[in-house]
Design a protein around this ligand. Sequence first.
Ligand code: 6PG
Length: 465
Amino acid sequence: MTKPQTGLIGLGTMGAALALNIAEKGFPIAVWNRTTSVTHAFKADAGDLAVRITPTDSLADLVAAMAPPRAIILMVPAGPAVDDMLAALAPLLDKDDLVIDAGNANFHDTNRRSAASLPFRFMGIGVSGGEEGARHGPAIMAGGTAADWARMAPVFHAIAARTEDGTPCADQMGESGAGHFVKAVHNGIEYADMQMIAEVYGVMRDGLAMPAPQIAPVFAKWNQGTLKSYLVEISAAVAAATDPIGKGPLLDMIVDAAGQKGTGRWTAIEAQNLAAPIPVIEAAVMARNVSARRDERAKGQALYGPGPQTASFTLEDLEHALIAGKILCYAQGFAMMTAAAREFGWALDMPAIARVWRAGCIIRSAMLNDMATALATDPARNLMLAPFFADHLRRSLPSLRRVVSSGALNGHGLPALSGGLAWFDLMRTARGTANMIQGQRDFFGLHGFKRLDGLDAPHGPWART
Ligand code: 6PG
């Protein structure tokens, strides 16, 4: 067997799946894992693909087993483990070797590592799709130089998911940390999509008294229409599952406290740094944090009485509320990426991002086709102003208003749906209310303000001379 030019470090669930995917697409691959027995078991279990897999027992062995120029994919936990690995590889690699961080790195770390004077080439890529995606076709959001992208594109295109027309969902997003930044926004949107689905599940359960087995076919039906997406599809499956240990729907037995590894939070933090309004994503992060406070929520219920038991809207309203919420959330996410491109000097290609998200990743959905088309017409335009989505919003907003107002009246917490609606209403109001804030700022701090008539603006009459 010729020496592999591709290597992979870290044979956890995702790393192992990615290595098998690479081998399956015809690329010989050398692998190394901290625990040697894991490395050898990986090859032993690889079946027909084992012929393309070279297990190695140390980093030096890994490097020696590969032909230069080498490309080594890191699948180790984000954070210090990546820096430790780069330091360990430094004395072993040549300047044309390329190390690719494929974990969920914070893009600031990827920027820092890209700017560091490493003795080899470095790129950071965002990989989405969970274990199944890694094994059979993830979406890949690559950062790094055009030359490194061109070098790796044959591998990434081969292993990536493909859309129905055969386009691989792998592309270069921009230099340095751009790939990991786009992946972070993907995850922020992932949180928001999941939260909005959880909100409509909640009003079906608590407001319309629908048991999980009745909710499942509603999601399944929505998945045949405008909302067709991986997350709606799996929500139907989750609602339909029966408890394999006890009795009844499994969903009713799952603890209502959501975990999180931090990528959604990074998106919310970065949005604040960029002054980019993404209230739907921020609401989703906030709701995960609230979900973890189970004891306090129980005390709240004991004090204020049971939660909502009624709702005043139809299932069709709920479907349209989710459609509107989704459009508003993506409009915010793309606008944030436009702000980041400006701030960081990245040439982020908005239609290309929408195209990469069409298959393989967790937020894949039919609507992303239309978003790619709308953004191709005008990449800088806010999606809520694009004619196609404006038509959708005109149709679905009355339902969103009914659902959100019913939630407010009856006591359903709907932070993501209502955050989207409030943002929409602010964004469609030419004469806002910040003139009052400017007046207040001038009153207490003489911060000044501009006048609508363009005349020079002295301070208000409240200013003491
Ligand atoms: C993906 C996902 C993945 C993420 C999990 C868990 O695109 O495949 O975004 O990268 O790690 O979804 O994320 P949380 O633990 O933060 O929910």
